[in-house]
Each structure stands twice: as C-alpha cells, then as structure tokens.
Ligand binder design. Structure first.
Ligand code: NCD
Length: 309
C-alpha cells in the first residue's frame, strides 16, 4: 500500500493534497470491497487507537472504533473525556498528547475549542486525527462526504453542491467546502445572514477560482444543485438561546421542496438531524444520509491504516 500519509496528523481538510485525498478514496474502496467479500482484515493487528472525546459524538466515535476493530486493532478510550479525564484537573492538551503517545499508535480527538486537535498533535509523536474541533474543522467527515458524493454521483468533478444551514458554526461544511474545492465544485451557500459561511473561507475559495453563490433562498439552490447538503443549527455554539430559537427551523427539506429540486438530486446530512429533513424524505431514492453515515467506517479504516502503516 502507498505510504504517502504515514505519520501524518489529519487536522484540517485544506492540509490534504489531491494525491493524499485520492489515496484515501482508493484505499476506502478497497476496504469496502474486501468487507463485501467477507475478508477478515488484520491491517491494524497489534495496534491501539485512543479515542478522546471532550464533546458528544455518536457516529464519529463509533465508526472510528468499529473501523479499528474491523482491522483487527484495539481501542482505548476515555468515556467522557471532559468530565472523567485529567482535563478536569487542568491538564493541557499538549501534555495529554505527550502522555498518549506511550499508550497508543494513533489518536482521535474531538473537542469544543477550535484548534485543540492541533494542540494535542503538537504534544504527541503519534498521528492525531481531528474528530471535530469546535466550530473549526471536521476533516474525516469531509472525506466520508466526498466518498459518498463519488458513490452516489459517480464523480466528484463538475458538480453543483448546496451547503445549507449553520455555515458559520458548522465544522463539517468548513472542511467539506475546502475539500471539494480540489474538484472545482460550484457552490450555493444557503444560510440566514447571521449564520453565513465565515468570510475568510469564502475569500480563500474564491481566490482558488471557486464559484460561490451566497443566498438565503433554498428553493433556488435546490433547483440548480446536484447535491443538497443539509446541516443542523449548532445550538451548542450559541451564547443567546433566544437567537437559537429565532434561527432554528430556518431551512427544512421536505417532499414539497424536493418536488421543486433538480431531478436526481442527492440529499446529504452529516447527522444528527434535528428538524432539517422531514422523515418523509428518508424513503426517497436520493436520500443518501444514512448511506453516508455507513461510509464513515470504510473511510476511517483507510485513514487509520494509511497514517500508521
Ligand atoms: C457533526 C459534528 O459533530 O460536527 N456530526 C458528525 O460528526 N456527524 C455534525 C453536527 O453535530 O451537526
């Protein structure tokens, strides 16, 4: 297997080169095929993954742990890193990193503060994977999103993708927009003004020649897009609960809206959903969000293998 990612921290989507992205995609496809064939895999035999989650998670954590176990590796984790780890005693992430390198071969960290995965990585000699840092980045989600887009659409190039919802605080859309920029995606950024994509991200994408339409009109975006990527309003990032109440439910994808959308549109969501996608949409062919969540396992199998091989 290629060793291009060996020893690398996966902290931000814009740190990944096209070669690295391709290697991850190809490796994930290989794992998907192997799993379908019922092969027993042992790429991570004798290795340990540490998961440190200082913020709630269902999919990211379980899919990383499942990926490690499916590869014959083992997992250690702090059940509730915020309350039950030495962070509660004032230990810095840098020091946690120093310590964890003696306990594991690779670590995944999720934390409420942007930049914290980088801080832990600075301390740790082992590869550190960012499983979501506050309103910062979520690069492994973006990789599984890209994998899903390729599977659902048959390609990553020449697509129009609408990112919808809390683009200000949503780390998944920050990472995904940067990752898709490698493939010349045309974007609709659909958000209420108060939750628009951070200007430094739009400026950077435009500098790279990416076409972006910023709008509050979900119908227009749905009519023109190949992929509709819905996101949750990030309640935990709001300091004012009244502001959250004002903005929640801004955009809802239901069958009525879908009937106005571009034929064959693919609906995605990193999950968890609150009320952004009506349940009636789940049975529609283009509803890809549960398939998307499942793709997380093979993509994370690829990542774990590539950074530690
Ligand atoms: C996302 C996250 O944690 O950023 N969840 C996930 O990892 N699938 C999205 C969200 O919480 O809204």
């Amino acid at each position: 297997m290629a060793t291009i990612l060996r020893g690398k921290d996966i902290l931000r989507a814009d740190h990944l080169t096209l070669d690295e992205i391709e290697t991850i995609m190809v490796t994930a496809v290989r794992f998907e095929n192997a799993m379908r064939a019922g092969d027993r895999l042992s790429n991570m035999a004798g290795k340990i993954l540490a998961t440190l989650f200082y913020e709630p998670s269902t999919r990211t954590r379980l899919s990383f742990e499942s990926a490690m176990l499916r590869l014959g590796g083992q997992v250690i984790s702090v059940a509730d890193a915020k309350g039950a780890s030495s962070a509660a005693k004032g230990e810095t992430l840098y020091d946690t990193g120093k310590m964890i390198e003696g306990y594991a071969d690779v670590a995944v960290v999720r934390h409420p503060i942007a930049g914290s995965a980088a801080e832990l990585a600075e301390g740790a000699a082992i590869p550190v994977i960012n499983g979501g840092d506050g309103a910062g980045q979520h690069p492994t989600q973006a990789l599984l999103d890209l994998y899903t887009i390729r599977k659902e659409k048959g390609r990553a190039e020449d697509l129009t993708v609408a990112l919808v919802g809390d683009l200000k605080n949503g780390r998944t859309v920050h990472s995904l927009s940067m990752l898709l920029a490698n493939f010349g995606t045309h974007f609709y950024f659909v958000a209420p003004t108060a939750l628009a994509m951070p200007p430094e991200i739009t400026a950077d994408l435009r500098r790279r020649g990416i076409e972006i339409v910023e709008t509050a009109d979900l119908r227009e975006a749905a009519a023109r897009s190949d992929v509709l990527y819905m996101t949750r309003i990030q309640k935990e990032r709001f300091t004012d609960p009244a502001e959250y109440e004002r903005l929640r439910g801004s955009y809802v994808l239901d069958k009525a809206l879908l009937s106005l959308a571009k034929p064959g549109i693919t609906a995605m969501h990193p999950l968890p959903r609150v009320d952004e996608i009506a349940r009636e949409v789940d049975s529609v062919e283009g509803a890809a969000y549960f398939r998307q969540a499942n793709n997380g396992v093979v993509v994370r199998m690829a990542l774990l293998t590539l950074v530690t091989e």
